[in-house]
Design a protein around this ligand. Sequence first.
Ligand code: ZN
Length: 160
Amino acid sequence: MAIRDIRIIGDPVLRTPCDPIGPIDDSVRSLVADLVETVDQEGRAGLAANQIGVNLRAFSYNIEDEVGYVLNPRIVELSEEDQDGDEGCLSVPGLWFPCRRAWYARVVGINLDGDEVMVEGTQLMARCLQHEVDHLDGKLYLDRLDRAVRKKAMQAVRDL
Ligand code: ZN
């Protein structure tokens, strides 16, 4: 297990959709250990595998003292009701911008035993689930900002 370095915006791995995880072997177990250890730090809420340079569909989360992970996650439900609030990303350090998300989200995937798991939540958890699945599709939250906010954000990113 290791705390891994976080890839920063501009790294092409963040723009590359991740591949599904196939057979669960030692490399997948080691990836999960690193994802969990790396997200389990003050101020960290979620981490996608491509943020540590691994192009596989896995993420970890650290929300309200609950740390976990999902392999091959997919969003199966989003509420029609939205939430507003600032969002940030470990790969876009030090910046926060208002980003509209569904208020509730439910993700299903598998664990290291290959069993189906479900993670759901509202507010921060829902925001995290949507943010991390976006990462695995090669997207960043900046893509989802309103046009005026996005312009401001892109300028701030250039100044990073
Ligand atoms: Zn992020």
